[in-house]
Design a protein around this ligand. Structure first.
Ligand SMILES: C[S@@+](CC[C@H](N)C(=O)[O-])C[C@H]1O[C@@H](n2cnc3c(N)ncnc32)[C@H](O)[C@@H]1O
Length: 276
């Protein structure tokens, strides 16, 4: 990994392909919660008015739940933006999440689903979200806990690739454990955190191999054999390779004062407006 920053890793993961993201989304089809992530998320998003998703990827959320409100989808990646243009009725902008081409106080909702941990300066991005939201506007951020996918990360040792366990958040510490405090520090209030209940029960080795390749590139024959042996043994014993998940949705409200986030945030210093 060397000195690669979170954004360097995002560029290598996403700039020219949607394949790494879709391989990982395919793995999550083995979740045990009958309500999939996007349906669960869609029920909890305050979707009305001017809706902006940053780092929208392939736009899978909107393909699953349908467009709501006036929808703008953004991503830095040309490959992702090409896919986003397939979402009916959505406006697509290619831009960095920390530099949004929006006037102050114009968005009703900002959604950052599984993307904040890719940023070199996530706190600057949160302040940017506060800038573009109107007072009383809503922020929804989904991130993962430190134990998320622990059993998959542990396979790095098995195959002699400990870099598999290098998580996107290792440098910026954007996790379920830290994110709500950072959102408050950026000038939001009424912060709530809800965990999506799920674990993976993967009945075959192939989705695990695809996940590993999406993270670290093609496996050697020896690495593939070691994965097949380790994962196959768990499937033989338990009927599936079971993997912990830890994903939370953090919802918050943009305070009614003008942006207050540069200095130390004082709890209660910001009035809030009722949700729309
Ligand atoms: C894990 S994917 C999540 C995609 C989508 N939100 C979802 O949950 O399906 C992360 C996305 O964030 C985008 N991204 C990463 N860094 C970004 C940045 N600095 N500005 C805008 N988008 C970024 C990536 O291109 C990728 O599409």
């Amino acid at each position: 990994m060397g000195s690669a920053t979170p954004f360097d890793r995002a560029v290598s993961q996403y700039a020219s392909t949607t394949g790494n993201l879709t391989a990982r989304m395919a793995l999550h089809s083995h979740g045990t919660n009958p309500q999939g992530w996007f349906a669960w998320l869609g029920e909890r998003l305050p979707l009305s008015g001017e809706v902006l998703e940053v780092g929208a990827g392939t736009g899978e959320l909107w393909h699953r739940i349908g467009r709501r409100g006036r929808l703008t989808l953004t991503d830095f990646s040309p490959a992702m933006c090409a896919r986003l243009r397939e979402v009916p009725g959505a406006r697509v902008l290619r831009c960095d999440a920390a530099r949004l081409p929006y006037r102050d106080g114009t968005a009703g909702v900002v959604i950052a689903n599984h993307m904040l941990y890719h940023l070199d300066d996530p706190d600057a991005a949160l302040r940017e979200f506060a800038r573009v939201l109107r007072p009383g506007g809503r922020l929804a951020v989904a991130v993962n806990g430190r134990d998320h996918l622990a059993e998959l990360n542990a396979l790095g040792t098995v195959i002699g690739r400990p870099d598999l366990a290098v998580r996107f958040y290792d440098q910026n510490d954007v996790t379920a454990e830290t994110t709500s405090a950072r959102i408050e520090a950026a000038g939001f209030s009424d912060v709530t955190v809800e965990r999506y209940p799920d674990e993976l029960a993967v009945p075959a080795v192939e989705p695990i191999l695809a996940y590993i390749a999406s993270m670290i590139g093609p496996l050697t024959a020896a690495q593939e054999a070691a994965t097949r042996e380790a994962v196959g043994a768990r499937i033989a014993a338990d009927g599936a390779f079971r993997v912990r998940k830890h994903t939370v949705l953090v919802n918050a409200v943009r305070g009614s004062e003008r942006f207050v986030g540069w200095g130390p945030y004082r709890r209660g210093a910001t009035d809030t407006m009722p949700a729309t």
